[in-house]
Design a protein around this ligand. Structure first.
Ligand code: N01
Length: 535
């Protein structure tokens, strides 16, 4: 074999673990996973911030490819907390004996396709160079932490942390004044937990956000048993829905029912909680008037929960349609603002000017804090790929290829980058889907594709360039058929990172539809991909 490995996989989260198992144990390939962290788990290894919890329901947030894995695992709550998901992924790594093929503490800093070798030369931070026929990115969509460049941060005498690289030993907030920046899904999870520990929490809000109560609690034992007894039913259910969740969107439009019935439906959905709220009507994400009814309902709830009218007004002053930014779910987020030790600063009206030795300054004052928590999100979907300094055939860099935004074929491959697969890459449903469901579909597609190549003695695959152009149009078209692009500042568009090209990155045409397109292309002998023989 001219290569050190048949395949190198970057990342040991949900996608890297399953891809390793599939290539090694199904296809008998020599595979190594390179992982920057000191343990497996990916997102769930890094994101240990207070309140970190998944917003997919536990019984759908696992692999479905193995009935044994399902049978021998017990989720304890309706939504799994960070520590439990991490335990689950360690359980999978042990059960499938994956650890020997995972190299931890290894950050990939370069990957170059060598045309003569017909493979990849991968460089690690500690100077290792490894070669492989295939390079598979399993780096996750939200892995590149984004700390905004606010002048003066280096002068700050307290501690500051980004939620996505949270210290493993935890942070002691007792007796501290905490400033938190960010009100996305992460920030909304942090607030109640930090507020309960800290002396004072000041939340710096740039964009007010919708949130639905999670109503977390112990896992329903009947549901747990039912999943173990009928794993195929649940697998089929999550794979047949728009967002990979274990529930269907109600087949009715808002206008099908009168106002009183709308309210009753929203009340029921609010009481049930979680992402299911979005499934109350089928046109919430496609019709502005329909969306307004959901948005008004939630804003009224915020004003009902939050006692101080000025604070409530700021929290409910939301500038985008419901669910056009990733809709958070929470455990007592809005209720936290009724505590004496929590205050809200509207930094849209009075922006942050700088940070100094003792705190955060806005245009109308100075807020003394001991700890700053950056819940400021990620350089999403492309950041972690670009950080690896990937160059394709004839030295083309991925940064150059994506200078106008990420163009891929199906979110799986990039023209000019042969034998590289991007699991849950830009242009695939990924973050608009329950992640393990999107991941399983990608891993299985890639495994079948590589198996097809082995069977046909093919050594090189890449998409035809025009297919990437066409797929980019498809991704845009799918987004434009929804209200999603109306959230102008969303990370879906790359708008949260200064200088990042604006392009709607995930595929919004629905998971089940997307999976059927991928299947069709595979059945047509991978139409749109070009292959050549082994060198
Ligand atoms: O990040 P975000 P996140 N000054 O980018 C603000 C997944 N997730 O980590 O909206 C002031 O959504 C920014 O303000 P604005 C999920 O897919 C899943 O919360 O840009 N504020 C925003 O409020 C999610 O969508 C779970 O105006 C600044 C916040 O920081 C994704 O991760 C849990 C600022 C960033 O929000 C990312 O969520 C958590 C500045 N300079 C996350 N810069 C699950 O439960 C940024 N902000 C599975």
């Amino acid at each position: 074999m001219p290569y050190d490995f048949d395949a190198l996989i970057v990342g040991a989260g949900f996608s890297g673990l399953y891809q390793l198992h599939s290539l090694r144990d199904q296809l008998g390939m020599k595979v190594r996973v390179l992982e920057a962290g000191a343990g497996v788990g990916g997102t769930w290894y890094w994101n240990r911030y207070p309140g970190a919890r998944c917003d997919s329901e536990s019984h759908s947030y696992n692999y479905f490819f193995s009935k044994d894995l399902i049978k021998n695992w017990e989720w304890s709550e309706r939504y799994p907390g960070q520590a439990e998901v991490l335990r689950y992924l360690n359980y999978v790594a042990d059960t499938l004996s994956l650890r020997d093929d995972i190299q931890l503490n290894t950050r990939v800093v370069g990957a170059a396709f060598d045309d003569e070798l017909c493979g990849w030369r991968v460089t690690t931070q500690d100077g290792q160079e490894l070669t492989s026929q295939f390079l598979i990115s399993a780096v996750g969509c939200l892995s590149s932490a984004n700390i905004p460049s606010i002048p003066g941060l280096d002068d700050f005498r307290g501690q500051y942390y980004h939620t996505g690289t949270w210290p493993h030993e935890g942070v002691n907030f007792a007796g501290k004044r905490v400033g938190q920046i960010g009100t996305g899904s992460t920030g909304i999870q942090c607030v109640p937990v930090i507020a309960a520990e800290a002396d004072h929490l000041t939340l710096f809000q740039r964009t007010a956000n919708f949130s639905i109560p999670a109503h977390n609690g112990p896992m329903d034992p009947d549901l747990r048993e039912d999943v173990k007894k009928n794993p195929d039913f649940y697998k089929e259910l999550v794979r047949s829905t728009t967002n990979g969740h274990p529930f269907r969107i109600a087949p009715r439009k808002v206008s099908d029912v009168d106002e009183q019935e709308q309210t009753e439906i929203y009340e029921k959905a609010w009481a049930k909680g979680g992402l299911r709220f979005r499934a109350a009507f089928e046109d919430l994400l496609s019709n502005q008037e329909a969306n307004d009814t959901a948005a008004d309902f939630i804003k009224a709830k915020i004003k009902e929960i939050v006692k101080d009218p000025e604070t409530a007004k700021k929290l409910a002053d939301i500038d985008h349609p419901f669910a056009t930014k990733r809709p958070p779910i929470d455990t007592h987020y809005f209720e936290s603002f009724n505590r004496d030790n929590v205050s809200l600063v509207d930094v849209r009206a009075r922006p942050i000017t700088h940070i100094d030795e003792t705190g955060i300054a806005t245009t109308d004052g100075h807020h003394e804090v001991d700890i700053i928590v950056f819940a400021t999100g990620f350089d999403a979907m492309t950041g972690s790929l670009l950080r690896m300094n990937i160059t394709g055939s004839h030295g083309l860099s991925l940064a150059e290829a994506w200078s106008e935004g990420p163009k891929t074929y199906l979110g799986l491959q990039v023209a000019g980058f042969p034998n590289m697969f991007t699991l849950t890459g830009p242009g695939s449903p990924s973050v608009l889907c329950n992640m393990p469901v999107a991941i399983e579909q990608h891993v299985e597609w890639v495994t079948q594709c590589i198996s097809f190549m082995k069977d046909n003695d093919l050594g090189r695959i890449e998409p035809e360039a025009h297919q990437c152009e066409e797929w980019a149009k498809e991704v845009n078209k799918a987004a434009d058929a929804t209200l999603l692009p109306k959230a102008k500042h969303s990370w879906y568009l790359g708008a949260n990172v200064p200088g990042k090209p604006r392009m709607f990155m995930p595929y919004a045409g629905g998971f089940a539809h997307y999976a059927s397109i991928c299947d069709q292309i595979a059945q047509e002998n991978y139409k749109g991909f070009s292959f050549s023989r082994r060198p």
